[in-house]
Design a protein around this ligand. Structure first.
Ligand SMILES: [Zn+2]
Ligand SMILES: [Zn+2]
Length: 384
């Protein structure tokens, strides 16, 4: 006998919360779901799990993550990359892009080559390149000596190395050649994201017109908002064509500003990311991020000797919790921001991101305090 039946939980679907509701999983897929108790004609299953009082939400989709479980996606060792993926999966992430920080193009080409095989194996969903086409003035934890304009040869070399696995590239739109690069990426089916930028509104708008559609961690690594110069923050947040990433650790962005941004962008344009580094799921200490030493104190990573934040130690379940508990948004809004909208952005809305019959059985059971008590990935319970 195969299949699983989950009963008694508050099942969050696109049409509302089934409370209580049930979910039937067959062959890795959501076979059916409904309110109340399953009917007597329900097929026999391998296990029935009663999750009374808990939330059942779709598996999390993280489109910006550098590592976890002590490992970085820059590692050439597939087992170490796997450890990072599994560290996040235990916290509910069932779809993941591996983000790479700025490195010289030949080194990135090597890193992409290794990761693209793991995308082919299904461990990762794709690759996000955060740089090296970023502004040195807003470099954050990227080595400024490596940053460069997006010349066509470099863009072509990176895309070629990815063999279709690069799903998003972050670019500062004020750099020479940026608009051409945005168009090249979009025509290759790659999301062009705007980030680590000192651009003015007049420099951001043409990039959006050229097809850029994502704001890389809105607020962080950007020229600040000014009421007479909206810069990247005001321009990206206000433009209906742009989805905004938010780091919801309540440290990178103040809770009231997070709430303001999420409310302004609305459920269809808000996406939570972890921007996690290797320290996620491990603890405090000193870590290497793209060649720079990063110190993690009380869960907050900063560049050694400096005040700049250097990624986070978030996992998606914590981001979800923070949005609800720390910012006052609803569970349904949190589901949209952690699963439905990032899946949509990746073109995966018919595969994952919602609890609906026919989609992949990626789901998370969250207790009353929104902590995960069970994670299902492609129809199998993930082990601790
Ligand atoms: Zn960044
Ligand atoms: Zn990042």
């Amino acid at each position: 006998m195969t299949g699983h039946l989950i009963t008694g939980g508050r099942v969050v679907t696109p049409d509302g919360v089934l409370d209580p509701g049930w979910v039937l999983v067959e062959d890795g897929t959501i076979g059916a779901l409904g309110a109340g108790a399953p009917g007597a004609d329900s097929p026999p299953v391998q296990d029935v799990v009663d999750v009374a009082g808990a939330w059942v939400v779709p598996g999390f989709v993280d489109i910006h993550c550098h590592g976890g479980g002590g490992e970085s996606f820059t590692s050439p060792d597939p087992d170490r990359v796997r450890r990072a993926v599994l560290a996040h999966r235990r916290h509910g992430t069932t779809t993941l892009l591996a983000s790479l920080v700025s490195r010289p193009v030949p080194e990135l080409v090597r890193q992409i080559g290794g990761l693209s095989e793991l995308v082919g194996d299904g461990l990762l969903t794709g690759i996000h390149l955060e740089g090296p086409f970023l502004s040195a003035a807003r470099c954050g934890a990227h080595d400024p000596s490596i940053l460069r304009p997006p010349d066509p040869d470099s863009v072509a070399a990176l895309l070629a190395a990815g063999k279709g696995t690069i799903r998003m590239v972050t670019i500062a739109p004020e750099l020479d050649g940026a608009l051409h690069a945005v168009k090249r990426l979009v025509s290759a089916g790659v999301l062009a994201a705007i980030g680590h930028t000192d651009a003015t509104e007049a420099e951001v708008l043409p990039a959006i017109d050229a097809g850029a559609s994502v704001a890389t961690h809105l607020f962080n690594g950007m020229r600040p908002l000014h009421h007479r110069e909206p810069g990247p923050i005001g321009t990206l947040l206000d433009d209906e064509r742009v989805t905004v990433e938010l780091i919801c650790d309540l440290v990178h962005v103040h809770p009231s500003v997070l709430r303001m941004a999420a409310r302004h962008a609305g459920v269809e344009r808000t996406v939570l990311i972890t921007d996690a580094i290797a320290a996620a799921g491990v603890g405090d200490g000193v870590y290497d991020v793209g060649g720079l030493a990063v110190t993690v104190t009380d869960g907050v990573p900063t560049l050694a000797g400096g005040a700049s934040l250097a990624g986070s130690t978030l996992t998606m379940d914590a981001a979800f919790r923070n949005l609800v508990r720390g910012c006052g948004l609803s569970v349904r809004e949190a589901v949209a921001a952690t699963s439905t909208q990032p899946a949509e952005l990746l073109g995966l809305s018919k595969v994952t991101g919602r609890l609906a019959a026919g989609l992949t059985a990626d789901l998370v059971v969250l207790d009353e305090s929104l902590r995960p008590t069970g994670v299902m990935h492609q129809g199998s319970w993930v082990e601790d």
